[in-house]
Write a new protein. Sequence first.
Length: 505
Amino acid sequence: MEIDFENLPTSIEELQKIIFLQKQEISDYKDRYVRLLEKIKLERARVFSSSSEKNILQPDMFDEAGVELPEEVKEQLADEVEVKSHIRKKHPVRRPLPDYLPREVILHDIAEAEKICGCGEHLVRIGEEISEQLKYIPAQISVIKHVRPKYACKPCQENVKIAPMPVLLLPKSIATPELVAHVIVSKYCDHLPLYRQEGIWERMEIDMPRSSLCGWVLKTSEVCEPLVSLLQKMIVAGAYAQADETTVQVLNEVGRDNRTKSYMWCYRGGGIQPCIVYEYQQTRGGYHAERFLAGFAGYLQTDAFSGYNWTHDTEDIIPVGCHAHARRPFAELVKTHKTPGLAHEAFKLYRKLYAVENEARDNQLSPESRYQLRLEKSVPILDTLKKWLDHHLPKTSEQGTIGKAIRYCLNHWVELNNYLKDGRIEIDNNLVENAIRPFALGRKNWLFNGSPAGAKAGATFYSLIETCRANNVEPYQYLCAMLNRIRECVTEEDYRKLLPQFIQL
């Protein structure tokens, strides 16, 4: 508001009105300045600070004096979380090398003349000292030559016989299942794009063009599609699932610009034998998740993305929120604000809440025992957090970071508390987010998928590899065993036996 000082009104009421408007404008500018400064600090923290939310509070950082809170809330904030003592080791101990590795023994002995004592007696061997080093041998490559003798009747000059060719993973290809498994693991586990793999083969003087590698990956993914379909069925048949999604750039999509974002959806379920399924879709529409989970009945844990709002209209599905998403804004503010404030108070309560989860995990509690532990310890903390949120809601700006964090919790409070209903449910969606992390890491290397078919192939192999990891199965060994047998599968039960949870390596 600009003031014309040459033509100021003479009325006191009008002058007071101008002063009031000026103060209001200054207050608005101050609020904007504080919010912008806060955004700058948060962006700097995201770029330069550690992403971990552990150990960002010091035990003596809180001084509750002067904070107007209900007494029971103050008591919860005053309680300290019990932290297990740490005993520092004097010297780090190197883990022994695995026993299954072959050993090449080199004996370092003293000369025969030195084995005679000064008194004339021969020295007796009383022991030995052993030290081991790890030797690296580059990949050993061999050629499998299929020889099929031909037989014929010489007098008749006919009746030629030859043994049938064994069923191959990729007919008319030089690739064995072991080679295809290596290409897949290199790309989807070790994040080596195919053009880099092509360069590695060139150094070994083997002609392995990128087009051939790509063809193997695409054809093998088609062979493996029944396995992913079975994983999807197992997720839908379960009573608890998690879902999340992330962006991916895909070229040559019909009717879409190459710069348009596509999405990779990820689902996790299956209970004690986890199943993880990736699904490529062009959009982020919630109907993709609704179609994928058709027939699912139970608890579905997601973030607060509106694409999952359809679960509120389905009687068979109970939506569960993610406390990691609710906690994250408070944690980010704690990193950027050294002096204790509202974010520190909220984060302290969240630290108590997660301490209960750590206790259940450390003691390896059953779902029933974890359910009882949460009723005993987590419910009072959540009640305190709810009172704290309600107390500070009217005192915070809707546009400020702390205000948005408080309103996020309150707007999704029912979903955030639904994890208390069953001991099988996690407090957050981190398991499926961890399953997406390898994809996000690989995306930094290969940047984009060259076609929708490539994106679908990637979804297939990420599904199998991440399911291997969730079930403590080594991906390369699994792929070798599975690809050697999959062409023999006829029935659904044959394919089921080749899933990471059930395969005999």
